[in-house]
Design a binder for this molecule. Structure first.
Ligand SMILES: [Zn+2]
Length: 405
């Protein structure tokens, strides 16, 4: 594991509150699990949006892992044109992971702060122990950018009208040829007013909708998003049939979806040649990217609490925190009930069985047809009155149209 020493800036060095966490152990799973909270939640996922459906969850991992290297004391970002985005993602990932440890809070209490009409604002907030905390998380690749980043954080704090306790975290990464240690700095001043720290139902939906966007079928997800946005939450909003896959871990069940690095649109475009056979494309992709598969899921008991709108139990919900790393498989399960598993070379039995090489090959076919803008007829047998058994004529890029998935 990579280790970062927490450096306390002069604005916090005498504050006992910050003395609790002095070192951070970082691995890839933590980076991606927390870094993903930097991503915008889509309002609407279009029906043929393979880019979203196939690539977004493993996208941080699948797209960026090759550009990030964790050494003992250094985090190397060799992302070229993506370097800035990678630094930001890592800044958020490590900043929020630190905040979770410092505040001892379930990550499902983190909220992204929406941009105000005018003025400066912090990135995230969290309500806990009768206090409101606001956090600014920065990631930079140049050591020389550190002082400016600290100034920015302090300036934002001064400008913001909110009465929260505000602190900032700054991660400095390394370029490949930079041999200094990476660093992590915290700066702050202090404000102390008591608040009601209980999350509302809407707060929970706001947090989990990011994960829903990856695992729930687009058409169903768009309806859920609208309901959350209009604050018209109702019971049984999550239809488990629209998620469809299960992963079992420590006698618990997680509903979610499987992904594969070979199905990332951008990766496929790197090797795709118009008109080649799917077998050939499959072989090329496997040679280049290996069999790297993922599962992302949500604890089934949490989903049933969400479906019952049981706010009391949702506030008490806390899954176990597990990080497992073996040579070929890594798993992170967090207190928010989100599990993320990744495996190389079909090393995980459940992934191997439920998301077989044949399934990947079929999906490659669908995505390559999408690249070539070739739709096909859905073909499922209709259940609507008067048309029972007829073959559905709706054109789609997916295996079946949204009525028949
Ligand atoms: Zn259909």
């Amino acid at each position: 594991m990579m280790e970062l020493t927490v450096e306390l800036h002069e604005t916090v060095k005498d504050n006992d509150f910050f003395k609790k966490v002095d070192k951070l152990q970082i691995n890839y799973e933590i980076l991606f699990k927390y870094g993903i909270l930097n991503e915008d939640v889509p309002k609407k996922i279009s029906e043929n949006n393979f880019d979203y459906l196939q690539s977004k969850i493993p996208f941080l991992d699948g797209l960026y892992r090759d550009f990030i290297e964790l050494k003992e004391k250094r985090i190397i970002n060799s992302g070229g044109e993506n370097a800035k985005r990678i630094s930001e993602m890592i800044g958020v990932g490590i900043g929020l992971y630190y905040s979770k440890l410092l505040l001892d809070v379930n990550p499902n209490k983190f909220e992204k702060i929406p941009a105000p009409i005018s003025g400066k604002y912090m990135d995230f907030k969290v309500k806990t122990r009768q206090r409101l905390y606001e956090i600014e998380t920065k990631g930079r690749i140049n050591n020389s950018a550190k002082n400016q980043a600290i100034k920015d954080v302090l300036a934002k704090k001064e400008d913001s009208s909110s009465k929260a306790i505000k602190f900032g975290t700054i991660v400095i990464l390394n370029k490949e040829d930079d041999n200094r240690d990476s660093s992590f700095t915290v700066c702050d001043d202090w404000e102390n007013s008591e608040i009601d720290d209980r999350s509302s139902l809407k707060d929970f939906f706001e947090y989990y909708k990011l994960y829903f966007s990856f695992i729930i079928d687009s058409y169903h997800y768009n309806r859920i998003y609208k309901k959350i946005d209009n604050n018209s939450l109702s019971k049984n909003m999550i239809d488990l049939k629209k998620i469809g896959y299960l992963y079992k871990f420590n006698n618990k069940q997680y509903y979610g979806r499987f992904f594969d690095k070979r199905l990332i649109l951008e990766k496929m475009k790197e090797v795709y040649i118009t008109g080649e056979s799917r077998g050939h494309l499959f072989k090329k992709l496997t040679e280049k990217f290996g069999k790297k598969k993922f599962f992302l899921g949500v604890n089934s008991s949490l989903i049933s609490l969400i479906n019952k709108l049981d706010i009391t139990m949702m506030r008490e919900f806390k899954d176990e925190y597990v990080i497992n790393n073996t040579e070929k498989t890594s798993l992170i399960l967090d207190e928010d009930g989100i599990i993320f598993v990744e495996t190389n070379d079909d090393d995980d039995e459940q992934i191997k069985i439920n998301f077989s090489e044949e399934t990947v090959m079929n999906r490659i076919d669908l995505v390559s047809n999408y690249i070539a803008r070739k739709k096909h007829v859905c073909g499922a047998s209709c259940k609507s009155k008067g048309k029972e058994g007829d073959s559905c004529k709706i054109m789609t890029y997916r295996e079946h149209c949204h009525f028949h998935r």
